[in-house]
Design a binder for this molecule. Sequence first.
Ligand code: ZN
Length: 63
Amino acid sequence: MTEMLTSLRTSQPTTCPVCGARTFILKESPEEPGSPQAHQCLDAACQFTFIEEEDQEDPERQV
Ligand SMILES: [Zn+2]
């Protein structure tokens, strides 16, 4: 049932690892789905930026 777990995770919004606020995507790479995305915290007092890689680790791609 790993597929269900994956879909659950991806359906959740990304939150700031510092304050837990919602984030928006700074940069998107539509040509490379699964590539890391740059996020920035929506909290004006925080504005923490970080790179988040998609949670779906596909074992077959690492072979
Ligand atoms: Zn934050």
